[in-house]
Design a protein around this ligand. Structure first.
Ligand code: GLU
Length: 358
């Protein structure tokens, strides 16, 4: 009896060692993919399959994987729950946790990462990771517009396609991607364009990177902008980022808002300007005051598509401002936070260069 017990202990110990050492033990011919779940509608649940009301982040990662037929034929899968929030509650803290976890996993025996995420701020998380992930292996975000309990919920097929992209050799060196509705988008170009339909993600300036139809992948081009292994940003050991605020411009905008943000402790300001990132003369003067105090001010646009001209109607040198180039206000905020993390006294010229290159 004692001998049997000893053999059992030995077997358990050997098995545990094998799992710890090799991590994935199912099928050595398949790639190893980790799915990091953060919440969102893809994990949402509602009372009725035809009602529009639901709560984000209700379903755990294992249940999500089990809901997708044949997904385990694409890869050896492991799930980890990083958070379970609607992405309106995504935070710098979760971004840092995600980035550090991904960097660790991709130096181990993991071949690709999928992140399930709400769609509201998915483009922000994708862009943040695009700048701080230190690997050329595929990192793919996905989500859904319909909760898991809805009629024609599209989450399971999006997850299947996201795993297919993350598991593909072809997807390497494309930076961080968003896969939804059969399309592959780059973190730099993708934008949430429509509030509720499933065709919400588009890359209006650059076009989608490719398509993925029931796991069959076609890439059309490489992403624009410096990313991942070539990025100069790192969040290794970083526990917080500087506060950067966004203010939305409109006709007759009050300049007080800029002063209020400075008073509240903003270390950088993004203005979602009108048209080519313009603003009232009074706001421009308030922005100049802020830049003179060493607080960088970036001009992005509230218009969804197009680059912001340097020295268009506004002379950036005179006001100390920087053009966001192609970045929308929410992505410009991320680049400015990372720039401040790298060098809080960065020159206006260097900052402008970053906005052109990333
Ligand atoms: N507010 C939700 C979220 O971003 C809804 C969007 C979604 O996931 O589709 O998590």
């Amino acid at each position: 009896m004692k001998k049997q017990l000893f053999i059992n202990y030995l077997l358990v110990a050997v098995l545990t060692m094998a799992i710890v050492q090799f991590g994935f033990s199912q099928n050595k011919d398949l790639p190893n993919i980790v799915i990091l779940a953060t919440g969102g509608t893809i994990a949402g649940a509602g009372e009725s399959s035809t009602g529009s009301s639901y709560t984000s982040g209700q379903v755990g990662i294992e249940a999500m994987i089990d809901a997708v037929p044949n997904i385990r034929k694409l890869a050896n899968l492991k799930g980890e729950q990083i958070s379970n929030v609607g992405s309106q509650d995504m935070s710098v803290k979760i971004w840092l946790d995600l980035a550090n976890r991904i960097n660790k996993l991709l130096t181990d025996d993991v071949d690709g990462i999928v992140i399930t995420h709400g769609t509201d701020t998915q483009e922000e998380t994708a862009y943040f990771l695009n700048l701080v992930v230190k690997s050329d292996k595929p990192v793919v975000l996905t989500g859904s517009m319909r909760p898991s309990t809805a009629l024609s919920a599209e989450g399971p097929l999006n997850l299947y396609n996201a795993v297919a992209v993350a598991a593909s050799q072809e997807a390497k060196e494309h930076g961080v991607m968003v896969v939804m509705n059969d399309e592959i988008h780059s973190a730099h170009a993708v934008k949430k364009m429509i509030t509720t339909p499933v065709q919400t993600f588009m890359s209006p300036q650059h076009g989608m990177l490719g398509t993925v139809i029931f796991g069959d992948i076609v890439f059309f081009h490489k992403p624009h902008g410096i990313h991942t292994v070539n990025s100069e940003f790192s969040v290794d050991g970083v526990t917080e980022l500087s506060r950067v605020d966004i203010v939305y411009a409109c006709a007759d905008m009050s300049p007080d808002l800029i002063d209020i943000m400075v008073k509240a402790g903003a270390k950088g300001i993004i203005i979602a300007g009108v048209g080519d990132a313009n603003m009232t003369e009074a706001t421009l003067e308030a922005a100049k005051k802020a830049t003179k105090k060493g607080i960088p001010v970036v001009r992005a646009s509230r218009v969804p598509v197009g680059a912001v001209l340097i020295h268009g109607e506004i002379n950036d040198e005179e006001y100390g401002t920087v053009s966001s180039d192609e970045l929308n206000p929410q992505k410009a905020r991320i680049l400015l936070m990372l720039a401040l993390q790298k060098d809080k006294d960065m020159s206006r010229e260097k900052l402008q260069e970053l906005f052109i290159n990333y």
